[in-house]
Ligand binder design. Structure first.
Ligand code: NAD
Ligand code: MN
Length: 509
């Protein structure tokens, strides 16, 4: 897959079970956001390469080797693939950390092990009962009816840079489990863990050629072809709401099935009876995990006036002791953000917050440590006196910036929590579960955590209300997004429906 003569490896496209150079022979470097070091040159697919990958996936789907395989056999192969990935998980974790800038802890304790659990779950679900129960059909009375789940076909899948490995798993695992074929497009900043994943799967030899294809390159080039090409049946996209809108529009040209996992600005509501030890650290975790570069990050914190001073004192003290450092340092709490342009965006939002009249009780700055001079580092920001109408409270910053909103009535906090175009996730902190449940029921979000945050389960659905997306990932809900549903009606009464409409008398010859 990569040539070894060059000290900086070159990665090619993976099409129809083979590594091949892009037609135009174009490659782009990819970097380590902690150090700025160049890690690899990665193939840039153009429209023609994308069409080749689509054709390979189409041919593989239509041949039926994978789509028509017995579910138990598909499940067996997927389990063996997960075993192979598991055996090389430290290699993946290392790439995830270096290329994605996530901390050693996030890569090794969260993203890779969780990705394996999620893939394992879909391997199990692959052996599903395609036939679903159907209520007795009332008209016509005497018929036999089957309702069956079938794979959709060729799936174009586009993923972001913040959880490169996990997002690749969330896309390919349910699609493969349901019998589809795939063209996966990783984010331009972070292709390396997905390339490693494909290399490992390729070496198992368990997928027929063309079932799983990977093309790297610009989303603006590959995306429109995936969305418009009539040989593609479904588009699954995770990324920004702005690009999600474009994808939906383009997919309309051929009425593709579309699932979208988009942005968020999740509210995190502290109730006045919360256990402060848990709620303070939980709020830091909610917002600063991976520097706030998670779609579900709890970036709007609602704190009751009655406990405001104590809560904020503890929160700011704890936040100011978060350790900024290189990804590879096991003690690092906050690594770099993904890119220089993302860092600039974050700094612009901090300036905007000040202009809008919010108070930076903790002001994000570039660290002075010379070891961090070549990476994209910034310390955490906490804004108080935030009005939910401010742009810093409404727009997704995707950086370590927390907006704190003081409230006096819970009903008012809920109203403001819901006053957003997003609806991906929310948090509620309370020692009174009945109260917390009452709040959770009123929040317009796909996931609500009570006394926790960010925990995503293989078995439970994840996805957004409102402009946070369409459809769900994970669990049986996620699997079904990769199926078409078919009703087969078998007439048993021999009444011939046509007879109700036509009374045709054929003249005797
Ligand atoms: P992005 O939308 O810029 O890019 C996502 C992917 O889309 C990349 O692979 C990119 O190359 C590709 N792309 C870019 N332009 C495209 C186009 N015109 N057509 C098709 N594809 C195109 O997002 P990002 O900056 O990489 O990721 C951050 C965003 O993703 C945030 O908004 C975040 O909230 C969201 N996100 C959501 C979830 C979720 O599950 N809801 C998970 C992770 C990230
Ligand atoms: Mn982007």
């Amino acid at each position: 897959m990569s040539t070894t003569s060059d000290p900086i490896p070159h990665y090619n496209l993976y099409i129809n079970g083979q590594w091949r150079a892009p037609k135009a022979e174009r490659y782009q470097p990819t970097y380590d956001p902690s150090t700025g070091a160049m890690l690899a040159h990665v193939a840039q697919a153009d429209v023609e390469d994308t069409q080749l990958a689509i054709q390979a996936a189409r041919t593989a789907f239509d041949a039926g080797d994978w789509s028509g395989m017995l579910p138990a056999e598909r499940a067996r192969r997927l389990h063996a693939i997960v075993d192979a990935i598991e055996a090389r998980q430290t290699e993946i974790a290392d790439l995830e950390m270096r290329n994605g800038g996530c901390t050693w802890r996030k890569a090794n304790l969260m993203d890779i092990p969780v990705g394996l659990i999620h893939f394992r779950h879909f391997a199990k679900l692959a052996d599903f009962e395609a036939q679903e129960p159907v209520p007795q059909i009332t008209f016509p009375a005497l018929s036999y009816n089957l309702v069956r789940r079938e794979p959709i076909g060729v799936c174009g899948q586009i993923i972001p840079w913040n959880f490169p490995f996990l997002m690749a798993i969330w896309k390919i695992a349910p699609a493969l489990a349901a019998g589809n074929t795939i063209i996966l497009k990783p984010a331009s900043y972070t292709p390396l863990s997905a390339l490693k994943l494909i290399e490992i799967i390729h070496e198992t030899g368990l997928l027929p050629p063309g079932v799983l294809n990977l093309i790297t390159g610009s989303g603006q080039v590959v995306g429109p072809e995936l969305c418009n090409n009539p040989l593609v049946d479904k588009i699954a996209f995770t990324g920004s709401t702005a690009v999600g809108r474009e994808i939906m529009q383009q997919a309309a040209s051929t009425i593709k099935k579309v699932t979208l996992e988009l942005g968020g600005k999740s509210p995190n509501i502290i109730l006045d009876d919360a256990d402060l030890d848990i709620a303070v650290d939980g709020s830091l975790w909610a917002t600063f995990m991976h520097n706030g570069q998670a779609c579900e990050s709890g970036t709007r914190l609602f704190v009751p006036a009655s406990i405001y001073d104590e809560f904020m004192n503890r929160l700011v003290t704890r936040a100011s002791h978060l350790k900024i450092g290189l990804s590879e340092d096991g003690a690092t709490d906050l690594g770099p953000v993904i890119s220089a342009s993302q860092l600039k965006t974050i700094e612009e939002y901090i300036q905007l917050g000040i202009q809008e009249g919010a108070t930076p009780v903790l002001l994000g700055q570039r660290p002075t440590d010379p070891e961090l001079a070549h990476g994209h580092f910034i310390t955490p920001t906490i804004f108080t006196n935030v009005d939910n109408k401010m742009r810093i409270a409404q727009e997704e910053i995707f950086g370590p910036v927390l907006c704190v909103i003081k409230y006096t009535s819970v009903a008012e906090a809920i109203r403001q929590a819901n006053d957003t175009i997003y609806g991906l996730a929310a948090g509620v902190w309370s020692t009174d579960i009945e109260r917390a449940m009452t709040v959770a029921n009123q929040l317009r979000a796909g996931t609500v955590w009570i006394n926790d945050f960010h925990l995503i389960s293989a078995e439970a659905p994840f996805g957004g209300y409102k402009q946070s997306g369409s459809g769900r990932e994970l669990g049986t809900w996620g699997l079904k997004e990769y199926t078409e549903i078919k009703h087969i009606h078998v007439d048993l009464a021999r009444t011939r429906a046509a007879k109700f409409w036509f009374d045709i008398v054929t003249p005797q010859e």
